[in-house]
Write a protein that binds this ligand. Sequence first.
Ligand code: OXD
Ligand code: MN
Length: 590
Amino acid sequence: MSVQSDAHGAPRQHTPQSLDAWIDEVRSLTQPSHIHWCTGSDAEYAALTSELIARGECLPLNADSFPESYLYRSAPNDVARVEHLTFVCTNDPVDAGPNNHWMAPSDAHQKMDALFAGCMRGRTLYVIPYCMGPIDSPLARCGIEITDSAYVVLNMRIMTRMGTPALERIRREGHFVRGLHSIGQLDPEQRFIMHFPEELSIKSFGSGYGGNALLGKKCHALRIASWQARDEGWLAEHMLLVALDSPTGETHYVAAAFPSACGKTNLAMLIPPDALPGWTVRTIGDDIAWLHPGKDGRLWAINPESGYFGVAPGTSPKSNRNAYEMIRRNAIFTNVALTAENEPWWEGMPAGTPVKDWQGRKMDPANGPAAHPNSRFTVSARQNPNYAHEAEAAGGVPISAIIFGGRRRSLAPLVFEARNWRHGVLVGAGVASETTAAATGAVGVLRRDPMAMKPFAGYNFGDYWRHWLSFDERLTNPPKIFHVNWFRQDAQGKFLWPGFSENLRVLKWITERVNNRGAARETPIGYMPNASDLDMQGLDIPPETLEELLKVDVNAWREELTSLETELSQYGARLPAALQTELSEALKRL
Ligand code: OXD
Ligand code: MN
């Protein structure tokens, strides 16, 4: 099955292989001993959990302090996304682009089918029908994941609208994204995450880790959906979504893209500081947004997910009180440490003492952190005390501002505003960030992560930027685009900005700019607040620190954009001329 645009740009849907024929084909390939069609019911969740407890694969946590919550430990070599083993398999390698690892679809299918052959013998094959987005939303898209992991089923039930209603929609619509997953032997030598965007399908083998195994999330809702979105005229992005209610009763919806483990969940669940009374931040989503141009010329967004797969370490009443409260029931914890009271524990926890580390070993600081740095909680978004009811709106919410950001100890100021949509696309393309534990590999290395989509864009970034630029014409009332950096450090490595709740001060300026009220100065990199334009009441920051946070180092920016120019040149003929022009103009302004 594939979707292509006809001469008029309208999506053309090829007839998919029928669901039942595909299940039959997978059954003969993988040879499971049972097939279980997931309904998404409470009883099913409870039964699967009991099975996993009986098999020793899951530990119930303290029933008084963490009711209905469980701990899972993964294989120690299977704790993060594996970007070097993740492929986009298009007929023409240029369509995958230099930003992706590529394999020819026929080779990839052959390789994967050899791994899948007989891999479910003695195991149950679970068929998981799911819907990404509100079940009645025309902006939502469905998929089926076949897996041999009950852990995946339990997580997919929290993270997606999973079960019978999704299956009914799939049967009605006749098309869906096909995902085939097996944990295999959890052997890193036999681990691959393959995407076939032209067929709207995914094959993932050898990993049980969320980003590799919960196929609705990164594989479908970002890599495959970004391709689908290009064909159909929308955007699938690595963005949180929030509703910002101001003291005057206005609501602004804001989308923000940050690389993995850069605080998206914390920003999405921000609790306003006492010094800014009357503000409320409500969460629509913490990781992925699907953005569609509306008939009114605005950009409308849904969160395709229904739960959070959040980074546990650092989650505390101080960093994110709502998250800390929300994960005290009905939560799945993966690779956290354990206290003597059978409570989950991670670095940054205000109390408790770990007695067992994330691998279940007796706690010994010589073995490193107690919780794995990429240990996670999975929890329903509805448990968030500030869950925005708009997350269920079939038509989504209209976006006023898009924010890009990265983790950069130097250069990027606290906030700046792009001059217009086209300049905003350049700002997004220039996002760079220090790597984190969310993916295997070195941590703390600065890398370019355009639109925070480096690991997730399912096609050539050159084509992706062209698609982004096309929204200049598709939208008569586009969101304003901003760039923020919460992570600036001084020479001693101390953070210059307190972050967390205090980030609301920057969001407040952003909403003022959206309302054409906020003051700003024009700088060579865009519009920036003067120190006096930010609401700093009740926050004690030395004036010279604030000045440093709002400074533009012209020479360093010239170097930055020159290096961006070199990086963009690898996209050759696929790089849109308009982006190159935008970059040349930005360089001239410096
Ligand atoms: C995530 C990630 O899990 O970006 O959201 O890695
Ligand atoms: Mn993410």
